[in-house]
Design a protein around this ligand. Structure first.
Ligand code: BGC
Length: 865
């Protein structure tokens, strides 16, 4: 038998659970080699200690050379490591977390964690602000793509593997956003109202697992939480931060605020927050020293926070140990090249393996790349031309390259002629204006920016060569606004569209004609609510019968983004004359009809999926459904590839021969798609969330706050559990994914926790499930064996819940047996009355299968009193 197995049971985390690390409290401080430094820190003057508790800048902490503490640098996460943005270097751009979660593979998560650590080293970063372990409670959630899964167990297991791996390299992970941060609408205002049992069993569970595994930092969320009837913002939530996180779970690391989330001084200081980010400035810089001096905050609370930051410094190698020289940043382990062969190969594998086969009629996939394969392939879709590789918001990184689908398909199918057709634009906004069309009034390339003071007098100027960079910092406080001047070359006859989308107060003229004005000045809130990302545009249509230029003049306010700096923001876009959407659709359909195979890439785009807002609905943007239906009618040999991080409705799903969910695939977009289509890599993804067929069926259709509260009324029935509870049928259920092999489930038995090969015999595993499967296909395959428990008759439990899984590679025609431990916690439930976990006695049905609704084997585990 040839097989390899990755059992993602509770073993890994429980091993670290049993280790001394997780119990670190005061004793650990005493045992730690950093004792002297902590003692020294405690002897620092109070003002220095307090100053350490606010960031030095947007991405850095303060240094205290007297105690050998150098600056520590933090960076987002979770798509890659952006760094401070100062080095101008690109970053490896990973597939979105919702993609890699679809592998259900803890080993792959660990490899991603190791890559992130190497990227952090290369970028001189000590703390990576990842993973996100909030749950995908509603499919419209704006940060859905940044989360791993809708299921707490799957989220916890994957996050633990990631955190273990990154921290093993001496780089801190920062698990976020603690807690109940599942909605972007009014995200800095609302309170999540979650009953305690639901909180414990669902939303806290991944955080608890990651803390048990020894994570070094936790980020307190923007939103607040109602616990025990008391509502408080997360950064100041004593029962949450001091109570559950620090006292009950023994967290010995640093609680950092989400950026600009801390609003007050005393409550967060008493409630358990350790570090206000970003800095300088903010409520602690302004008022904490006085609050300690006048007794509102005890100095011991400050000492505890300082000790935690010093301990973090020790962990990441930012502390030389004693007063004197500080350590330089240790760049050992840096990859060097995020676009190099090694990273490219790994990220291609990750994106390809994440891809989920939703349908594959008649074995259309994989497509032979040889002479027996298609001679002509029509590659179609806006997202085939511009793949949506990452969602918007703070996780954004600049990739070293984006592998182009057309180039990749041409390389993978050398015997075929591959043609590309857009089939209609799908974004509402036009593309960014190409720099080569822009000229300054004095004939230079680009845009002239005049700096104006508060009276409107010109006090300086600069030239910006590239319209895409019209987000520029203004460091000089005397500059209140700017005047932007440029001539756009309309280089041919036809209909030209210019879109100018300013942020804040503005005055816009096109060819001397007034187009728009606003006196409304904006501030840092445009960063927090992400409205700077998608402001409404002023559109000017110019019909011309000969080439000409058009003069743009815009006065724009300078936005004070506090710790994000002062900046000016204008989206400047241009659509050249070209075919209409109808013409493009006709052309794409004709190309499909004339080809042996059509590959249609549909999906979302930066206007759709981002931090800062939730989606209004689950529809594919623009006329993509029409495109699919017409292409399929023209050529039944059609593969539809869905390029989206979060669910979109696919009304034609069961009318198309083959459908792949390709996620937000990161920098290796094209190569991963070619690997999947050609079968070089098996797309072995399984949905980590439920794909709805109809918007009306979605159990939690949105998370819009009502009177400032979001009620988690569905309780523990998050995600697929809600679909089961309501008896609704989705388009594809949680855990679904066909892959390219075929599987038989042969046997399921329970073996004693001590005797299974996957168990360690500890009391934390009540049993081991031993599953034997066979790969009955003619090709090697990778299966995700899934285990679900139910407590039939106990209505208070979910209908069924995920309790274990394992990734198994099995050669064609072979069988494999895998042992998957069943953790005690999987059977337990939180008793609010007893304020603790209880283990209900009785018979539990255990089922094994290919998805949450394709359960093929069954047995019973009885817990006796
Ligand atoms: C996000 C965090 C992020 C932080 C720093 C916030 O807006 O919620 O996830 O780490 O910004 O960029």
């Amino acid at each position: 038998m040839s097989s390899t197995t990755t059992a993602a049971g509770a073993l890994d985390s429980n091993e670290s659970l049993d280790s001394d690390e997780s119990t670190a409290g005061t004793e650990t401080i005493a045992d730690s080699p950093a004792l002297d430094a902590i003692a020294v820190a405690a002897t620092l003057p109070l003002d220095e200690k307090v100053a350490l508790l606010t960031g030095a800048a947007t991405w850095t902490l303060r240094a205290i050379p007297e105690i050998g503490l150098r600056t520590m640098t933090v960076s987002d996460g979770p798509i890659g490591v952006r760094g401070t943005g100062e080095d101008g270097l690109p970053s490896a751009q990973l597939p979105a977390p919702s993609a890699t979660a679809a592998t259900w593979d803890v080993d792959l998560q660990a490899r991603l964690g190791t890559l992130m650590a190497a990227e952090a080293r290369r970028k001189a970063v000590d703390v990576v602000l990842a993973p996100v372990v909030n749950l995908q409670r509603s499919p419209v959630g704006g940060r859905h793509f940044e989360c791993l899964a809708e299921d707490p167990f799957l989220t916890a297991r994957l996050a633990v593997a990631f955190v273990d791996a990154i921290q093993a390299q001496g780089i801190a992970a920062c698990v976020k956003h603690f807690v109940g941060n599942e909605t972007e609408t009014d995200r800095t205002e609302y309170l999540s109202r979650i009953d305690e049992r639901t909180l414990r069993e669902a939303y806290l569970a991944p955080f608890e697992a990651v803390v048990e595994a020894g994570v070094w930092t936790v980020m307190a969320a923007y939103n607040g939480l109602v616990l025990d009837g008391v509502g408080q913002t997360s950064t100041a939530h004593g029962p949450l931060l001091n109570g559950i996180l620090k006292q009950e779970w023994g967290f010995d690391g640093v609680v950092v605020s989400d950026w600009l989330a801390t609003k007050t001084t005393v409550e967060p200081a008493l409630g358990g927050l350790d570090l206000v980010m970003p800095g300088p400035g903010g409520p602690w810089a302004d008022g904490l020293l006085a609050a300690v001096r006048d007794g509102r905050v005890p100095e011991s609370a400050i000492d505890d926070k300082v000790a935690r930051i010093v301990r973090l410094a020790e962990r990441v190698g930012a502390l030389s140990g004693l007063a004197g020289e500080t350590l330089p940043f240790d760049a050992t382990g840096a990859t060097g090249d995020p676009g190099g062969d090694e990273v490219t190969a790994f990220l291609t594998e990750a994106a390809a393996r994440s891809t989920v086969v939703l349908r594959n009629e008649g074995g259309l996939l994989p497509v032979s790349p040889g002479p027996d394969g298609p001679a002509r392939i029509a590659l179609i879709g806006h997202n085939a031309i511009t793949p949506f590789t990452q969602g918007g918001g703070s996780a954004f990184v600049t990739a070293p390259h984006v592998s182009d689908p057309l180039d990749a398909l041409r390389a993978a199918f050398p015997a075929a002629k591959v043609e590309l057709h857009r089939g209609g634009a799908t974004t509402m906004g036009a593309p960014l204006t190409p720099a080569e069309l822009l000229t300054t009034p004095d004939g230079g390339r680009g845009v002239r920016i005049e700096h104006l003071d508060a009276d409107g007098a010109v006090i300086g100027s600069q030239q910006v060569p590239d319209a895409a960079s019209l987000w520029f910092p203004i460091d000089d406080d005397a500059v209140a606004s700017v005047r932007l001047i440029t001539d756009v070359m309309l280089d041919r006859a036809g209909r030209h569209v210019i879109e100018l989308a300013p942020v804040g107060a503005h005055l816009i003229e096109v060819d001397g004609v007034h187009r728009a004005a606003s006196d409304t000045h904006v501030g840092v809130e445009v960063v927090l609510n992400s409205s700077y990302a998608n402001p409404p545009a002023v559109e000017t249509v110019i019909e011309t019968d000969a080439p000409r230029t058009v003069r743009i003049e815009a006065e724009l306010q300078v936005i004070d983004g506090e710790s994000y700096g002062r900046f000016v923001r204008l989206h400047f876009r241009y659509r050249a004359p070209g075919q209409t959407v109808d013409e493009e659709l006709d052309q794409a359909v004709a190309a499909a009809a004339a080809s042996d195979l059509a590959v249609v890439v549909v999906g979302t785009n930066p206007e759709t999926e981002s931090e800062g807002w939730d989606r209004p609905n689950l529809a594919l943007p623009a006329r993509q459904n029409e495109l699919v239906r017409r292409v399929v009618a023209a050529n039944p040999r059609t593969v539809v590839v869905v390029n989206a991080g979060a669910p979109v409705l696919l009304p034609w799903l069961d009318e198309v021969a083959a459908v792949l969910w390709w996620w937000l695939p990161g920098q290796e977009a094209g190569r991963s798609l070619a690997a999947v289509l050609s079968g070089a890599t098996e797309p072995s993804g399984r949905l980590p969330w439920t794909l709805p067929a109809d918007e009306a069926d979605v159990p939690v259709p949105n998370g819009i706050p009502v009177d400032g509260f979001i009620d988690y009324a569905e309780g523990v029935d998050v995600g697929h559990r809600g679909w089961d509870r309501l008896g609704r049928t989705p388009a594809r259920e949680f855990g679904y994914g066909l892959g390219y092999a075929e599987w038989e489930y042969r046997s399921l038995e329970l073996v004693d926790a001590a005797s299974g090969t996957g168990g360690d015999g500890s009391a934390d595993h009540l049993a081991i499930a031993r599953v034997t499967i066979a790969n009955v296909a003619a090709r090697d395959g990778r299966e995700v064996v899934q285990l679900y428990l139910s407590a039939d008759g106990d209505e208070s439990r979910p209908v069924r819940w995920l309790a274990g899984f394992a990734v198994v590679e099995v050669a064609a025609g072979d069988t494999a047996t895998v042992d998957i431990p069943l953790a005690r916690r999987s059977f337990e439930t939180w008793s609010t009355d007893a304020a603790g976990w209880t283990l209900p006695v009785g018979a539990y049905r255990l089922r094994a299968g290919r998805s949450s609704r394709d359960l093929r084997l069954e047995t019973t585990h009885t817990i006796s009193g």
